[in-house]
Design a protein. Structure first.
Lengths: 194, 194
DNA sequence: CAACTCGGTGAGTGTGTACTCAGTAAATGG
DNA sequence: CCATTTACTGAGTACACACTCACCGAGTTG
């Protein structure tokens, strides 16, 4: 890479980093491209040299973040088949980037179809891990014969609900931290054999 | 009421009705006041004679709709203490206005604080009914000793999740209809004694 | 019926925002 | 060392939207 390419790469990263910070604070929908440019310390027009429009910036940003998250979760989850620890790991990982996921959950229903599908697809990969673990648990007679997809929607729906309405649930500090035990206990109760 | 007052009242109702229809279709956030005026068959400026700004129109609209819903649910729920039937009634009532509630759930996290608080307050009244019924069930040894608020968040969170992402769950027809049994079964499973 | 009130009109205003483009200067390449 | 390429600049453009206001005409009032 020559000087120019390095500089270009550097600018691109500045944009994405700035966008992520603002996304966490105010959400992407309520953030002007000019604000992102300002935070990145570049001219407004420069942003559009790197991304043809706002949407493609958002898509790239979310792709990067979500794939990081996916990689992490895979590493932590793949080796364990114990649902309880899997859930624990999953919640911990969300907690680390709670601001980001809270914004995501809040704006998810308002995103364009393509973007929403991408996000839900990532979620479905994680669901699949849980699905397998629960299935194995049922076969080994450790869990009750629940409707697995429905059960998982209860889990993911609730987590999403907490995240999207975070500000209504906690003043400061994390929602996930606050309701961590409750989520795990209630979910394990659903799986429990009678 | 003289002719003028009747006419004024009539126009006000036309605005609210038009706003509700558009709200269901496109959501209030994505609807311009000019579109509401057009749908109501009045001039754009007239809207602002009846409401000082867009927000106050939205607040009045939601107040009307949610209080109608509250009244209905109270009538159906108050007389029964059986959680299963209560839930059934609740879901039926949502189903009747699913388009409305779907829009509401989708946009809820984006609303201004005041409005969101109002909506969540309504929800909390309904929660209270469920809370009492479950409490009674536990005392009568019919249900397990669950964490009632946490359990109810699982319920309301999941319903909210289905409604807000309705278009991702069903092509046409109702989400609530589709997942009706699953919601009830899973929730009753949480309450079940081991 | 004349004077006045008032609900309604719709072109106009101000603002916020996504995106453009002519110009600049530094890097590159022959 | 000159010609060309290219990342970047930021004032400018087009558009959408909430809200205003001078004007109109039907309704009310004395």
């Amino acid at each position: 890479m020559n000087k120019r390419q390095i500089q270009k790469q550097f600018t691109r990263e500045k944009i994405i980093n700035a966008a992520k910070q603002i996304f966490i604070k105010r959400g992407i929908i309520n953030t002007a491209t000019s604000q992102i440019a300002e935070a990145a310390g570049i001219a407004h027009g420069t942003l559009f040299l790197h991304f043809p429009n706002k949407d493609s910036l958002v898509i790239e940003l979310l792709d990067i973040e979500l794939s990081k998250f996916s990689d992490n979760i895979k590493q932590l989850i793949v080796e364990t088949t114990d649902v309880n620890t899997m859930l624990e790991q999953y919640l911990n990982l969300i907690q680390e980037e709670e601001g980001f996921f809270s914004s995501l959950a809040r704006e998810l229903p308002s995103y364009k179809d393509e973007l929403r599908r991408k996000i839900l697809f990532r979620e479905s990969l994680i669901r699949e891990h849980f699905h397998q673990a629960i299935k194995k648990g049922i076969e080994q007679n450790a869990y009750a014969q629940v409707d697995i997809p429905g059960t998982l929607t209860f889990l993911f729906g609730t987590i999403n609900y907490y995240l999207s309405l975070k500000t209504s649930f906690v003043q400061d500090g994390g929602v996930i931290e606050k309701f961590h035990d409750q989520i795990i206990n209630t979910f394990m109760k659903i799986l429990k054999k009678n």
